[in-house]
Every structure is written in C-alpha cells, then in structure tokens.
Design a protein around this ligand. Structure first.
Ligand code: SF4
Ligand code: SF4
Length: 620
C-alpha cells in the first residue's frame, strides 16, 4: 500500500476523486473518443475528461451522448478504426448498452476500448444494486475492479492495454465508494494523448458477420478469454505485499471491501495470519490459481460486491465462506462494520459491541425551492384529481411526494407504461376509465422516450404527457441536453434539437409549450389536453413544461428574484405546505401564519398562485 513508483515520471500530485482519476487514466491511456450518459455514481468521469480537454486543448472527441447505447456504439466505432476509446455510465446504463456490448465481445476491437461502469451497492441513487461483473461474465469480457482512486488511474491503463492486445472490449467497474473517494494521485501536469491515425480495414466476416461467422467469432472469444485468464500480470496478488501466505485461512475478493478487510485485520493484529488476495480482474479467473488456493487454505472468505461472481468461479461450497454459504448478505452495501462482522464470524472471534449513535431525524427528499417541476406537478394534481401517473427517472421522481408519480421503472418507461395502462383500461366497461398522465424529463425524453412515444401514437394510445423541460440533465450535475446546442466541453455546437418538433414528428397532434410558473395558464392548457384525450377524434396530448432549472448557473444570472411575503390573510390552513411542499414555506410553532424561510426561498413567486386565500403577495 505504498505510493506507486510512477511518482518518478509524474510531475504533479493531485487530490482526485476516483472518477477524476479514471478521467486522467483514460487520457494517459491514449483514448481519443470518450463518451458517456450521465448517471450517479459515474457522472464525474466524462466531466473531468471534458475539463482536461478544455484546459489542455486536447485533440480528442468528448460527448455526452443521448443514451448509453449510442455512447457505446460511438466509442466502439473509434476502436474499430484502430484508436483507443472509453465509454462511461452507471450500472443501470449498461442495461441500455448491453445489446451492443454482447455483440462487440464477438467482433472485438482494434484500438483498446474500456467500458467504465460504476456500480452502486446500497443502492444510493439507483433502481437496482446489480453487479456489473456479472454482466461482464454474461457478455464474456474481462472486468477490472479498482480498490481506490490511485488504483483507478493505473489499472484503467492496464485495462486498455489488455483490450488492445486481445482485441476485446473490457469493463472497468468502480463502485460508489471508489468513484467518490478522494486520494492523492500522481498524474502528468501536461497530458499527451497519442494520436494514432484512424484506419478501418474492411472485414465483413468480423464487423458485419452473418450467423455462421458469429459462431467462429464466439469460438475465438472463448479462446481469448482463456489466454487472458492465464496472463501473468493479471493474476490475483496479495493486497499488501508485506503479508505472507502461511496461514490456514485467507480472504479472496475484489474492490474496495478488501481495503476495509485490511484495516480490520490490521486493527485485530491478524494481518500476518490472514492473507488477503486481491483479484485485479475478477473475471475471467485462472482455474489453476483458484485450485491452488483451495489446496493451500482450509477455509476461504470471499468478499466482493454485490453478487457472488468470484464465489461461483471457485465452485466449492464446503470451505468457502461467502454469499452461497449464507455468511455474507445477499443485498446491500458491504460497509466497514458489516465486513468486520463477517470477518469476526469467519475467524470465530467474539462479535464487537457497538454503541448506537443518535441518528438525525430522517428528512424526506424534496424538490428544490423554486423548482419548476413542483409547479407542473401542482397543476397536474389540480386538473387530474384521480388518475394513474406513470413517472420516470430524474429529480422529478420526487413528484412522488406530491402524489403525482405512481410508477418509476427505468428510463423512458413513463411513456410506454402510460400506453400500457391505456390499453389495460380501454376495454374496461364496468368501471370508469382513469385519466393517465405521464411525466418525463427532457434528458430522459431524448434518452429513450422518443421510441416509446412513436409506439404509443402508432398504437392509438391516449394519455397526457408532460415533458418536464428544464433545459438540462439536472439530477446528475446539469449536463447539457441536445436541446441546448452545447457540447460536453462547453462550446456551442450551434445545432439545437427542438423537443416540440420531435414530438410533432412522432405524430402527436396536440402539442403545447408552456411555462409552469404561470400556474393559471398552465392549468388551462392541462384542461384542454384532458378534453383532447377524451374527445372522439383525440389521441395523445403532450405539454412541454418549459422553465430552466434554477441550479443552472447561466439561468441564475438572469433569474429575477421576487420578494414574497405572507400577509395576515393567512389562516394557517396548511394548504400550501401540504399541496405544494415548497421547503421555504414553513410552519413555525406558535406563529399564527405560515412563514417564509428566506434563507432557502428562491423568489420564484409561484406560491402566490397556490394560496386559495391570496395570503401570499409579492412586494415591490
Ligand atoms: S399561505 Fe395560504 S395556503 Fe398557506 S397556510 Fe396561509 S392561508 Fe393557507
Ligand atoms: S417564492 Fe414561494 S414557492 Fe418560490 S421558493 Fe419562495 S416560498 Fe417557495
């Protein structure tokens, strides 16, 4: 665990996030095309690459693609052309990019290609806690599992070398605790990205293979995997080279949990007795290495997040402690205290007494003060009092709190589910048909809403769709959408893609654009939409609720703050708090009226339209 010797060649030590270290590693590793779709915990990877491109004037292509599939395929073509590439996404993003990944494993690459997929055990900000190493096995591609930010920087370069040497895309899988940890990393002050000339050699039996050749490619893929598993420098190693391999028991695993294990054993003064083997590449593992461990040690504890990937490869249930033996939880993050409990159990040590710290009272997550989505949801609930509200992935999922979101499945599902609910209730002759009102953000609409909308129109579905257009990808750090005409590194592309025109092109006949801050007008448009959906010749009605996100720095400079005040007309009825939920509207015990917390109030003024007693006014 000492500093790497790269220090000799590097000129600058920087305190980097794991994701920033990945960004540096990608560039030092020679990638000339880097693509991504934002998603926690992966969003800072492309952002850091884009910043380095801008600051160091690098001749590379960096893009926020509209979804992970597009990002993957764009990067892959660069690797087909012999240049190195990287694509970054969160773990559920790989579900979207799985189609090209499965095929790319067969076709392989010419220039190295690394697929960075950040996993979210916990999960902290995802729909699932799926393990990307499992997906690597499904696709039959190698996967690397870094333990720290410093490791991210060096290991990703190794991953690129393996990819290029074996002409296979490789996965690089950090977890949230690695992506968002900070550590000093030695990096070059000036990055020089090797510019190999692009050259595409036509080889139809590979790049456009028919099923007969796919069979041969599959065989070649299996052979590659065997050779990669044998590679000496990719073999599991002791996490701490000062440990010896003498004990009767050992720990085998991958990722950040091994660093917790090291600290726990160090504290217990058991490092000499319990060697920790770290697999740089948890798949594919060399069979003879696993057999040698099974021969050498009486018992092996496997620590890995989140599925039993290494354990399945060990194929031994008798002497292996892990998930399959019931000693490691099947779900949830392996936090240091969980790992300590597992290790104590494994080593038959008494469990540790823990003093329960007082926990802060839980606070429900809520939309920001002044968020235009709150105004949209408020209007939606005013017009559609009863209904089914399919929602989608983004900060507007918090419409849940306003009873305006009933389902959240995956990116783009709001629209397909709205259509599905329509078809489910269409033939329902005994009961009243519910209003169906779907909500989707602008970035999510570009990501995967468009095919769903085309399908819904083609299948004659009827529902109201609100595209919550705040001109940014707000939840992941305000990345640009195709509507803004901005590129990842900040320059203007000049090409702005209009959501309104896209919706029209999907065949939707009722399309309106409106500002949800104008609550009264917005409600009227929703009423029109409701009538259109119900009338004989009606169909899908789309309203583009357009107002910029208040977190957007550019918009902040133009935003005109209003000074609102609660007057003595307020009867403390709580209507505004219960139905609008702006965190700046607070009920102070002992006060005879609701109070505005000016430290959080954004000055949007929307609450003025919400109070039925006209008790909120704008000053000046
Ligand atoms: S401001 Fe209006 S809605 Fe809010 S508590 Fe007072 S009277 Fe009720
Ligand atoms: S003006 Fe009203 S709605 Fe807007 S942030 Fe302030 S209290 Fe909330």
């Amino acid at each position: 665990m000492s500093l790497p010797s790269e220090e000799v060649f590097m000129s600058e030590q920087r305190l980097l996030l794991g994701n920033e270290a990945i960004g540096y590693g990608i560039l030092v590793g020679g990638c000339t095309t880097i693509t991504s779709y934002p998603g926690t915990p992966a969003s800072e990877i492309l952002a850091s690459v884009a910043t380095l491109k801008r600051k160091q004037n690098l001749d590379i292509h960096v893009e926020w693609s509209i979804n992970e599939k597009v990002a993957f395929e764009t990067a892959l073509a660069n690797s087909y052309a012999g240049r190195r590439s990287a694509v970054a996404m969160k773990q559920v993003g790989l579900n979207v990019a799985m189609d090209p990944l499965m095929s790319a494993a067969y076709t392989g690459v010419k220039g190295g290609m690394v697929v960075v997929v950040a996993d979210d055990p916990g999960p902290h900000s995802s729909q699932t806690e799926q393990d990307t190493r499992f997906f690597a096995q499904a696709a039959k591609v190698p996967v690397f599992d870094p333990v720290s930010p410093r490791d991210c920087f060096s290991l990703i370069q190794k991953a690129l070398d393996v990819s290029e040497a074996f002409e296979i895309p490789v996965i690089f899988r950090p977890t949230t605790r690695v992506s968002h940890a900070r550590q000093d990393v030695w990096v070059p002050e000036e990055i020089c990205v090797e510019q190999k000339p692009a050259s595409f050699e036509k080889e139809p039996t590979r790049w456009a293979a028919t099923p007969k050749f796919r069979f041969l490619l599959h065989r070649a893929l299996n052979e590659k995997l065997e050779k990669i598993a044998e590679k000496e420098e990719l073999q599991p190693e002791l996490l701490d080279p000062n440990q010896n391999e003498e004990g009767k028991v050992c720990i085998l695993g991958s990722g950040v949990v091994l660093t917790y294990a090291w600290e726990i054993l160090n504290e217990l003064e058991l490092l000499p007795e319990v060697p920790i083997y770290r697999t740089l590449m948890p798949y594919p593992l060399k069979r003879s290495f696993l057999d040698s461990l099974l021969q050498k040690y009486e018992r092996i504890l496997v620590l890995e997040e989140t599925y039993p990937v290494i354990e399945y490869q060990l194929r031994n249930l008798d002497r292996v402690f892990g998930r399959l033996s019931g000693n490691v939880p099947y779900e949830g993050e392996l936090l240091p205290e969980t790992v300590e409990d597992i290790i104590r159990n494994f080593l038959q040590l008494p469990s540790r007494e823990r003093v329960q710290a007082d926990e802060a009272p839980p606070r429900r997550p809520t939309l920001c003060p002044g968020c235009p989505h709150r105004a949209s949801f408020y209007a939606l609930r005013k017009v559609f009092k009863k209904g089914i509200y399919p929602g989608d992935i983004g900060c507007y999922t918090l419409g849940l709190n306003l009873n305006a979101v009933d389902t959240v499945l995956c990116m783009g599902a709001a629209i397909s589910q709205a259509a599905g609910f329509y078809h489910a209730f269409k033939g329902n002759i005994t009961k009243e048909k519910p209003d169906i009102v779907a909500t989707i953000g602008d970035s999510t609409f570009f990501h995967s809403g468009i095919p769903a909308l085309i399908n819904a129109v083609a299948e004659d579905a009827r529902f109201v769709l609100l595209v919550l257009d705040n001109s940014t990808t707000a939840m992941t750090g305000n990345q640009p959408t195709p509507e803004t005409g901005k590129r990842a590194s900040g320059e203007l592309s000049g090409k702005k893609i209009s959501i309104l025109k896209l919706v029209e092109a999907c065949g939707v006949e009722f399309v309106r654009e409106a500002d949800p801050y104008d609550v009264k007008d917005f409600i009227e448009i929703l009423k029109e939409a409701k009538s259109f959906v119900q009338e004989p010749g009606g169909g899908i009605a789309v309203i583009i609720a357009k107002h910029p996100c208040l977190m957007d720095k550019e918009y902040q400079s133009q935003f005109k703050r209003l000074k609102v005040r609660i007057t003595d007309r307020c009867k403390s009825c709580h209507y505004c708090i219960d139905n609008f939920e702006c965190p700046a509207l607070v009920d102070v015990p002992g006060e005879d009226r609701v109070t505005i917390d000016y430290s959080t109030c954004s000055g949007c003024g929307v609450c003025v339209s919400v109070c039925p007693r006209k008790a909120i006014v704008i000053d000046g």
